[in-house]
Write a protein that binds this ligand. Sequence first.
Ligand SMILES: Cc1ncc(C[n+]2csc(CCOP(=O)(O)OP(=O)(O)O)c2C)c(N)n1
Ligand SMILES: [Mg+2]
Length: 370
Amino acid sequence: MLEAFPLMPDQIVSEDGQLQPGETVTHTPAELRALWEQMTLVREFDRKLVTLLRQGRTTFYAQASGMEATQVGIATGLRPGHDWVWGYYRDQGVALGLGMTLHEIVSQMLGSNSDLNKGRQMPHHAGSARCRFVSGSSSIASQLPPAVGMAMAQAYLGLDEVTVVTFGDGATSEGDWHAALNMAAVQGAPCLFICENNQWAISTPVTRQTRAESIHIKARAYGMPGYFVDGNDVLAVQRAVRTLADGIRAGSGPVLLECLTYRVGSHSNADADAEKSYRTRDEVNAWTSRDPIERLERFMARQGQEIGAQDRAQVVARIHRDVEDAVARAEASGQPDWRTMLEDVYADTPSHLRHAYEDLRQEYGSGGTK
Ligand SMILES: Cc1ncc(C[n+]2csc(CCOP(=O)(O)OP(=O)(O)O)c2C)c(N)n1
Ligand SMILES: [Mg+2]
């Protein structure tokens, strides 16, 4: 049973990898291994994409390094392809966990011909109807009101689905955030709100984001329960998400879950975190030493499931090869032809866009793509 409004975040595995008193091992070795591989995939994907960015082969990227337990716990606590997830720009770990392929995600980042969105969305805003992962918007918190609308529709249609919407700590200061929580509570919408509290919103620390003692406590004002989990403990996040999603399906109404984690990497490539620091290196180092992947490894080792150096190196090398292959295939597919830009966007294309398109066609003619 998860307790609402706890003082301390719920934890199954302590930082040194010990099972907390009263907890039992509920995962098979294969399940633990799968979680470890999935978190390692998210970590290494970050590394490879930062390199791609520095090579000028993509233009925008926001790392999830340090937040792997939160994102993998969210994805694996849900029923992929069944529940709908409205994520935000840092959710590549959620997208991968819900089954989006490296090729789909990389294609979106490169805006290549192989992109499901045909290059029409800002880089690093992947989405997939198959995985029920909605392509995000960069406008902070703007995903919350439509997510609540979707949850209301699910309830109205009597569907056995929940809507999950994720966001950062900074998003909780936006008007959209408050409007969405209020509407969801009043309507009893089957919506799971998840805050990935990584303690920074670019250069604003969470202590300057709110005077409230925590994020989850804010749920009380809207008349819904607030839960709190250690976001660097993948087992605790997964259990919380699964329990709360099941509860919502059984009619609990909306809930807010706060996952306490930390953004170890920079905010995005537009952030001078390392050079012009708004946070101390001591703080970053302290959280780096609370690494969520190492915690799972320590726990697995205690269960007699140690990950050897060679094993780890092989997994990492395979992930790097898979990412390189995804990038090569995306790049080889070429760039979308500009003439397709209005296809399947509108049922009736507005006249000002038809005129703009006609002007372009006159200027560039029917020759090669410009
Ligand atoms: C409405 C709006 N205001 C400001 C910005 C600029 N901006 C981009 S990311 C960001 C910080 C968001 O922080 P948080 O919600 O904690 O998410 P995190 O990036 O830490 O994962 C801001 C202010 C924006 N994209 N949209
Ligand atoms: Mg944040």
